[in-house]
Write a protein that binds this ligand. Structure first.
Ligand code: TXA
Ligand code: MG
Length: 328
């Protein structure tokens, strides 16, 4: 038994009979080509059979997502990953250390993956989520499940089942409820098809940890070419219904320019926000950031001001989401 299989055994041993019945029903829907929303350790996903182009098309329709923005294929075993992408040595080293976990690898796709799933690219993105419900669902369906975050395109990602129902309730055949997600921001996406790994999206697994495992630097996508190869980064994302600014705590009052503002961050702001969300640390900031955006847009404030997170560890992912939510 491999180390990953041991980790999975431990996870599966906790599933109850009631859960199993619900998951089996969901797996049947997936096999019939329907959409099922499910929890992962990062955010909730809107899932469909990744190998069925018609099923995958329903994801794009339900989200209102541009069809050239490829999806992540979620797997429940390394064998399943090997059926859809070409793994290399560095990819295997990472997989062994961090799967199941919030790391998505972009690798050469095998022909079995429909072009619809990979947005017409020659590569595909693959990850093994660290969530019992997600893993059980993939295992029961015995298929890779493609799943973007289960929100309407452009809105903050959902970190609980209720938010999924609000955004996409009509479009999905079933929502599996696994409570609040553990991490709160999406997985880290890295391109493993070049010499050095390239960070396509900061996320739940800090870049520093990847560098430590591989002993090589993870490059940031600087030139236009790299940006082109990560289609998701082209679109505005995560946007609340009112404007959002990033700032240091001491500058909040000045930036609000007399407007009613709501504040979130790991410290208190200057001035008098009409609502304040203060998180204990960056981990909690990540856990709460999407829920906070949805809450503060309804607080009666005219503008949300969020504390600029540090550019390291999980802070990099929070900053990326807030920047894109603010329209930068
Ligand atoms: O945590 C997560 O990753 C969540 C949960 C549900 O697993 N999923 C998620 O999916 O965030 P989505 O579709 O919202 O983001 C997928 C990102 C996009 O930025 C997309 O452009 C990128 O991965 N991506 C997917 N396939 C790619 C490929 N072949 N080459 C480059 N980027 C790719
Ligand atoms: Mg998304």
């Amino acid at each position: 038994m491999t180390e990953i299989e041991r980790r999975l055994e431990k996870i599966y041993s906790q599933t109850t009979k009631t859960e199993r019945a619900e998951i089996d029903r969901a797996a049947k829907l997936i096999k019939e080509g329907k959409l099922v929303a499910f929890p992962t350790e990062t955010v909730y996903g809107l899932g469909a059979n990744a190998l069925d182009a018609d099923a995958v098309r329903k994801i794009y329709e339900a989200k209102g997502r541009p069809s050239d923005n490829p999806l992540i294929l979620h797997v429940a075993s390394v064998e399943m990953a090997e059926k859809i992408v070409e793994l290399n040595g560095a990819a295997r080293a990472l997989i062994e250390k961090v799967w199941p976990g919030p790391l998505t690898l972009v690798l050469p796709a095998k022909e079995i993956v429909p072009l619809t799933t990979r947005g017409g690219l020659e590569t595909a993105a693959v990850r093994m989520p660290d969530n019992r419900t997600a893993l059980e669902l993939i295992r029961a369906a015995n298929l890779p499940i493609s799943a973007p975050s289960a929100n309407k395109s452009g809105r903050p990602s959902p970190t609980d089942a209720q938010t999924v129902r609000e955004d996409l309730g009509d479009a999905v055949a079933q929502v599996l409820d696994g409570g609040a997600t553990k991490i709160g921001v999406e997985s880290t996406v890295i391109d493993m098809t070049q010499g050095n790994p390239i960070l396509l999206r900061a996320g739940g697994l800090p870049k520093e940890e990847i560098e430590e495992i591989l002993g090589t630097e993870v490059l940031l996508p600087q030139d236009k070419n790299t940006a082109k190869r990560s289609p998701g980064t082209r679109y505005r994302h995560y946007a609340p219904k009112i404007p959002l600014l990033l700032a240091k705590a001491k500058d909040a009052e000045k930036l609000a320019e007399g407007k009613k503002f709501a504040w979130m961050g790991t410290s208190k702001s200057s001035g008098k926000p009409i609502e304040t969300l203060v998180f204990e640390n960056e981990t909690e900031y990540a856990h709460e950031v999407f829920r906070a955006l949805r809450r503060l847009e309804n607080s009666g404030a005219e503008i949300i001001i969020a504390e600029t997170p540090p550019e390291k560890g999980i802070g990099l992912a929070i900053k990326d989401r807030l920047n894109r939510a603010s329209g930068d």
